[in-house]
Design a protein around this ligand. Structure first.
Ligand SMILES: [Zn+2]
Ligand SMILES: [Zn+2]
Length: 254
């Protein structure tokens, strides 16, 4: 598997950091995790057309993680794009169907696609789920952020595991889900001295990585307050393993 960070930022616009989105290439097939504003443009920067995306997984419905769904559905409605388009599936927490219907209503059906092109899949947000998607398996667990927030664990045929928290506060569920992962991608919104309910600080992220005994930790979702802190030193208070501070367009092999 290969992971490309499309957006390492948040909802705050920054020149060098887009809103949250990760691209995972599984046996060459591009899979998106979150689709914050600007994601489709970031995809062009790594040479992958939005038309090639056949699976999108959403962690929760906050606009910084979902706003480019509007762009994706609208561009897919373009007749030339629609003729070429392979079907795609959007997977996300319970409430996804209602969320997408509300967007389509707000845009007066400019986002409505033929059902043979777009499918919606909702996952439980109370319990862990495990689903096999062709050549990879996805396990989810509810996170401590909104009532419908999920983290994802993706395992390929080689047994390598990548875990992505989406947004979350400290919770046992992320530690359990991340157990022994080859790469754990955690949010790190605010510095230790400015902790915020429902989000992680660098040292909380480090504690999760230590408890879960992961091989590598990648931090993303930095608010400007966090970027002004010494993120690595704060994370080192609780974690001694391999640490990567996320940047847009960072490529990692797993
Ligand atoms: Zn967020
Ligand atoms: Zn959020």
């Amino acid at each position: 598997m290969k992971l490309i960070v499309l957006g390492s930022g948040t909802a705050i616009p920054l020149n060098e950091r887009g809103s949250p989105s990760l691209l995972l290439l599984i046996e060459g097939a591009p899979v998106l995790f979150d689709i914050g504003p600007g994601t489709l443009r970031q995809l062009t920067r790594v040479g992958i057309s939005h038309e090639k995306i056949e699976r999108i997984f959403l962690t929760h419905f906050h606009p910084d993680h979902t706003a480019d769904l509007i762009h994706l559905l609208f561009v897919t409605k373009n007749p030339a794009v629609l003729r070429r388009r392979n079907p795609f599936v959007i997977t996300g927490p319970r409430g996804l169907r209602t969320f997408i219907k509300a967007l389509q209503d707000a845009y007066n059906n400019w986002l409505t696609l033929p059902p043979e092109i777009m499918r919606i899949e909702e996952l439980d947000t109370e319990e862990k789920t495990k689903t096999q998607y062709g050549r990879f398996t996805v396990t989810t667990a509810p996170m401590n952020h909104t009532p419908n927030s999920l983290a994802y664990r993706v395992e390929g045929e080689t047994g390598k595991a990548v875990v992505y928290s989406g947004d979350t506060g400290f919770c046992d569920e992320i530690t359990d889900l991340a157990r022994g992962a080859d790469l754990l991608v955690l949010e790190s919104s605010f510095p230790d001295e400015d902790a915020c309910e429902g989000h992680l600080t660098p040292s909380m992220a480090g504690r999760i990585a230590t408890l879960a005994n992961v091989k590598r930790l990648l931090l993303i979702h930095f608010y400007p307050e966090c970027l002004r802190a010494d993120i690595a030193s704060q994370c080192r208070r609780t974690y001694g393993g391999e640490l990567i501070l996320g940047e847009d367009l960072l490529h990692l092999r797993v």
